[in-house]
Design a protein around this ligand. Sequence first.
Ligand code: ADP
Ligand code: MG
Length: 223
Amino acid sequence: MSIVGSSEFNGNTETVNRQVGTIIELDSVSKTYLHSHHALLNVNLQVQKGEFLFITGASGSGKSTLLKMLYGAELPTQGKVIVDNINVATLENYSLSLLRRRIGIVFQDYKLIPQRTVAENVTFVLQAQGYTRKEIQRRLEPTLKLVGLLSKADRFPDQLSGGEQQRVSIARAIVGTPPLLLADEPTGNLDPDNSWQVIQIFQKLNSFGATVIITTHDEQLSR
Ligand code: ADP
Ligand code: MG
């Protein structure tokens, strides 16, 4: 597994609200699943706020495991995982849910709710978090616009292409404006054109100040 940063994006001087400091730190992290070999062995990593990183590696090299530890879906067997100055392993359920509000997550398989429209898929998390109807409306339009789906707000997922569905899932991940975006093989089911669109959206979000980490087994894409 290897990690490729992109100083091109870090060097963007037009960025607003660029924050400084460390957002992620992995300190001698190993992960062993039950009845399994090491998924990760002694990983050290520091990510600065505002970075744009690709994590590349073959299937089975531990990319998903690494991301899962960042949002607390898996705990390290050894070592420390610090996100936003918090040791993820020490969090109780409630604090973990608060941390997760500060992390947008995008998956390879979109995970949209088929019976809900694009707009509903994007906003239901905000509803669950108690945002007011007015605040939700205020956030919905610019978010859909950013992913190029404003005109499809009332469609259902099965009326969209794969690329559009992935852009809905990105909208859902960013509508709460989290400072950290994690995407696990977000282009894994997409053709090159749609993959590139998705990467460009992440670049734009990075230029607005978000820290972005994308895993891929496609080295060409990260280049
Ligand atoms: P990648 O995302 O790079 O394909 P993963 O993080 O999914 O890699 O998996 C890394 C290793 O951990 C693999 O050997 C995989 O079989 C193993 N693994 C992943 N999840 C589990 C699990 N829940 N239980 C047991 N082994 C797992
Ligand atoms: Mg994976």
